[in-house]
Design a protein around this ligand. Structure first.
Ligand SMILES: Cc1ncc(C[n+]2csc(CCOP(=O)(O)OP(=O)(O)O)c2C)c(N)n1
Ligand SMILES: [Mg+2]
Length: 557
């Protein structure tokens, strides 16, 4: 490559990775890069109204596509504003690359204006946080950022570039393709002896259960997971937050575990004699990490790309390090080499199908609810009617949106997005926008409480300017319900900081130039959601709902 402006070289390095959007807010220190996107169609700067919105959108983009995403922020406060979203990207295993323009080298380490030790601020929140120290190193460090974000268990990276390394500088770089500097689509096979041992255990099982985790989504192993479950009559349960790992309409599907999941999933997990934990660390929310859900006698086969996760939370009978898709295929091959039909566990299948039907009946019984304002449960069957195939749903924290865990059915991977064990209220709106930018062919819906929606709803302005037609549903119970329920149960109803007075969210949307809808009757929900989707404009639907604090899903112990 001929000598070009160093800022332009950074943009070309991003283009080599196929980056189409850079999310961020401008600042003096990034202008040499940002202005290089002027007038370009192949790469656009999505300017948000706050850096947190930028990184949350990047997160949604990565999770909906499986591709790396990029945000670009300025020195000090601009980049520090990424911390919340960065911690979500770490917990949610999203390859988000944050390029931070820093102050010039001469202001670092002497309390210069906006100078902070960003590398150390972000070290615990990233897979790698590094500062460039010469202009010539920048291309290699950009490649290192993508390599790090994408290998193994994916995650975020911070690349700090002091502005004087780019401003007025030029670079020439031999532009490499990603497959020249990192493994693209890497598939690590599992140890064959361990695979054979796992198959022996699976074939001896009478009540096998597949626990499908985020690794199944990340490695696109859903088809193999279902094939295994079919071959061995395994009950299927997703790990909490990864309900889209396996099709929820499959006859072997039970329901999600977790406090906001289903007691029926817990009941089935408890009965299993062998659990095949595929692509999962067996997260805390799925099992509480005790024996209240998983039976102490149950034998566990665990498959994870990250060796540190094997046996970390439960003792395993067989542990296999590898890519979920590749190892699942190895298991299928090994089962079929013994018997092409696999092994039927008919009695178990009829037993777990009775349990899954119990869940369906429990959810159906909620259809007879009626109240004014409506109960939040009433929203879900109506919303489900309106969701087209492959719709992506982002669930914010909060008790009313949290009812979605047990009540929305996911049939395709990369359609469910949540706070991923990071737990931040308010992530939903911007993440939902990012999913829509990533997959414009799919409908994107985000579910919020009234508390969570105001966190980043300033990005309604970004949605309108950049024409991102996501549909946001605000379940308004006029309180921080999840916390009010705690103060009610554990603190003698001394309510502090939990009752809210809100603006009308539909009117707020209209002020921003988005569509606003207000729905008081459950029978209108499906039509309004359909209308919002058809409008192809950013839309906010406010639904007033009762305060309702459901008990946690029951556990066997
Ligand atoms: C960043 C952050 N701050 C605070 C909390 C604690 N928190 C969890 S849920 C919640 C209230 C949610 O209220 P709302 O969004 O209205 O949903 P609701 O529970 O009322 O349905 C709060 C304050 C959190 N999880 N994350
Ligand atoms: Mg609320």
């Amino acid at each position: 490559m001929a000598e070009i402006a160093a800022g332009q070289a950074v943009i070309e390095l991003l283009r080599a990775e196929g980056v189409e959007y850079v999310f961020g807010v401008t600042g003096l220190t990034t202008n040499s890069m940002v202005t290089q996107m002027y007038g370009r169609e192949d790469i656009q700067f999505v300017d948000t109204r706050h850096e947190e919105g930028a990184i949350l959108m990047a997160y949604g983009y990565s999770k909906s596509t499986g591709k790396p995403s990029v945000c670009m922020t300025t020195s000090g406060p601009g980049t520090i504003n990424l911390a919340g979203g960065m911690s979500l990207a770490l917990k949610g295993r999203a390859p988000v690359i944050a390029i931070a323009g820093d102050t010039a080298m001469e202001y670092i380490g002497r309390d210069g204006s906006q100078a902070f030790d960003l590398v150390n601020v972000f070290k615990p929140l990233t897979k790698m946080a590094v500062q460039a120290n010469t202009t010539e190193r920048v291309p290699d460090l950009v490649r290192e950022a993508f390599r790090t974000a994408m290998w193994g268990k994916q995650g975020p990276v911070l690349l700090d570039i002091p502005r004087d390394l780019l401003d007025t500088k030029t670079l020439s770089d031999e532009m490499l393709n990603p497959d020249q500097y990192r493994t693209v689509n890497p598939r690590t096979s599992g140890d064959q002896a361990a695979v054979d041992e796992a198959v022996k255990l699976l074939l001896s099982a009478e009540r096998p259960l597949l626990l499908a985790g985020g690794g199944v989504v990340d490695s696109e192993a859903s088809i193999e997971a279902v094939r295994l479950a079919d071959l061995l009559d395994m009950a299927m349960v997703p790990s909490y937050g990864h309900h889209d790992a396996i099709p929820n309409s499959h006859p072997n599907y039970i329901g999600p575990p977790g406090g906001r999941g289903s007691g029926e999933a817990h009941e089935t997990m408890d009965k299993a004699d062998v659990i095949l934990a595929l692509g999962t660390k067996i997260n805390q929310a799925s099992s509480s990490w005790d024996y209240s859900v998983i039976n102490q006698d149950t034998r566990i086969i665990q498959i994870d790309i990250d060796p540190i996760e094997i046996g970390r939370n439960y003792p395993v009978s067989v542990g296999i390090v590898g890519d979920a898709k590749r190892v699942a295929q190895q298991l299928i091959d090994a089962v079929c080499s013994i018997s092409l039909e696999g092994k039927n566990n008919k009695m178990w299948k009829s037993e777990f199908q009775v349990i899954s039907q119990k869940r369906i009946r429990r959810l159906e019984s909620e259809r007879s609810l009626s109240a004014d304002p409506m109960m939040p449960q009433q929203v879900y069957p109506e919303l489900t009617k309106a969701l087209p195939k492959g719709a992506m749903v982002t669930i914010d924290a909060g008790v009313a949106p949290g009812l979605a865990y047990d009540r929305i059915f996911f049939d395709e991977p990369r359609t469910m997005f949540n706070y991923a064990g990071q737990g931040a209220l308010g992530m939903g709106f911007s993440v939902g926008l990012g999913t829509k930018l990533g997959r414009p062919d799919r409908t994107a819906v985000s579910l919020h409480g009234d508390g969570g929606f105001l966190y980043t709803c300033g990005e309604l302005n970004t949605a309108v300017r950049h024409n991102i037609p996501s549909v946001s549903i605000v379940l308004n119970n006029n309180c921080m319900g999840a916390e009010k329920s705690q103060q009610k149960a554990l603190h003698n109803e001394k309510f502090v900081g939990v009752d809210l007075e809100n603006p009308r969210f539909d009117k707020l949307a209209e002020v921003f130039g988005a569509k606003g809808y207000y729905v008081e009757h459950s029978s209108e929900i499906a039509d309004v959601v359909n209308e919002a989707v058809k409008s192809n404009q950013p839309s906010v639907i406010e639904i007033p709902v009762q305060e309702y604090f459901p008990p946690s899903a029951p556990t066997p112990r």
